[in-house]
Design a protein around this ligand. Sequence first.
Ligand SMILES: C[S@@+](CC[C@H](N)C(=O)[O-])C[C@H]1O[C@@H](n2cnc3c(N)ncnc32)[C@H](O)[C@@H]1O
Ligand code: SF4
Ligand code: SF4
Length: 458
Amino acid sequence: MAAVAVELHGSRFDPARVHAQVRGDALLLMDRVSGRWGTVPAVWVDLLPMTVTASAAATSAAATALREYMIEHDIGTRGGDRSFGTLNTLIIKLTAACNHACTYCYDFEATFGARRIDPAVALKTVEEALDECDGSLQVILHGGEPMLVWDLVEDLVVRSEAAAVQRGKVLRFVGQSNMSLLSARIGRFSVEHDIVWGVSVDGPADVHDHFRVYRNGRGTYADFARSLEAFPNFMRTCGVLSTVTRANEGRLLEVAAHFRDLGMPSWDWTLFQAIGRGRHEADRFEPDVETVVASWVALYDAVCAGEFHGFPVVPVLSYVQNFVRGPGPNMCMRPQCGAARDLASISVDGTIEACDCIDRTGPLAGLGDAKQVTLAQARATPQADTIRGRDLSATRCSTCTWFGVCGGGCLAHAASRDEIPPLACALALTAFDRIAGDLVRPGGDLRRYLASVGADAP
Ligand SMILES: C[S@@+](CC[C@H](N)C(=O)[O-])C[C@H]1O[C@@H](n2cnc3c(N)ncnc32)[C@H](O)[C@@H]1O
Ligand code: SF4
Ligand code: SF4
């Protein structure tokens, strides 16, 4: 794209958004709001103070060229930021019941009981979400354990597909399960209807069985192993999701290697959140910040050393992809997070939530009852506005270089809406620093890894 005369951008260019870091021979220029970045030679660092003026007459030709470079690459320009207001993802909590009794489970509040969603309410919500979405909708089948209510899943999927066809919309189902109830019928239906499942396993048996247990305390890893043995092809289409707790905080590299060696297609993580069952005795589960960061660094180093060639290690890739592409599809890693924007969740009792991570007993809970209001009405409530109105200006995010690609961490994991969660922050500070250091230079081990998993590289 040709450079546009800089004077035209006088009011759009905001140099305060641009953070600069010298890294070897390169100068990284990062727009801390939009997450757009670029690199120029490190010697240009002295020109930066002169780029604040739009007047070519008042500055040098080199400073004008640098300013032009930034404007051309949308670094430091107002108005180019993406917004994410259109619904594209719906989480459905099909049942509050589970055959497992993981001791940290956030989906268990004693008061909610073991109920299943009213099928008519589930279908109504999918139809309304199809009406709200732009052209395609992703529905996430969740619980409790969704495979406990398989008849309901089949019925909902078939009816929803018909509703999508009627509206000319694309509908895609994904699901999260402990996979203990996998059967030939479930596998067949899932393949026929393109339902992509994730399986929750926290690590090798001794790690997993620490908190993921039956009511009698017996570990549940054997259920995963049995399904893997009985349905190896199907199971090896299911990405693994591990919850990071005290049990695996220092062993992330070992956990990732375990699932790579089992032939699973990818490994991802979710950080422990002290709600539901995890609310009580949270200290038992809450991972230690320094231990997890050190564990992530060991994982990152192993990824760069080629140990995971061809295997997607999502806790590394998610930061890299956000850095490379800028904020977008990852709705947990951007200033305008998905809650009450591109995401909605419906609980078993029909309560519409902004996100399934929001504490259902806390101040941000409940946008409305799906039996009484539409999804559109729920998303237009003052409560939804409150959630969308997160303000991190009083936190360290207000001056952080990585704000555009980090977003300030999950609001549901923070002590309150306008605070940041310490673990997510410490991880993001470390991850973006390492990734920026590796990607400002051409070539390198991280780029080789990205190519091996088919991920974008700058
Ligand atoms: C609540 S489960 C529901 C689906 C299914 N039963 C399963 O285990 O995959 C969804 C995911 O949330 C994770 N999870 C449960 N409790 C959590 C907590 N307190 N903090 C963070 N993640 C949690 C689980 O490990 C699982 O990966
Ligand atoms: S995390 Fe999943 S498998 Fe474990 S108790 Fe909760 S709903 Fe059940
Ligand atoms: S949460 Fe931490 S890393 Fe993320 S933007 Fe805020 S200060 Fe930066």
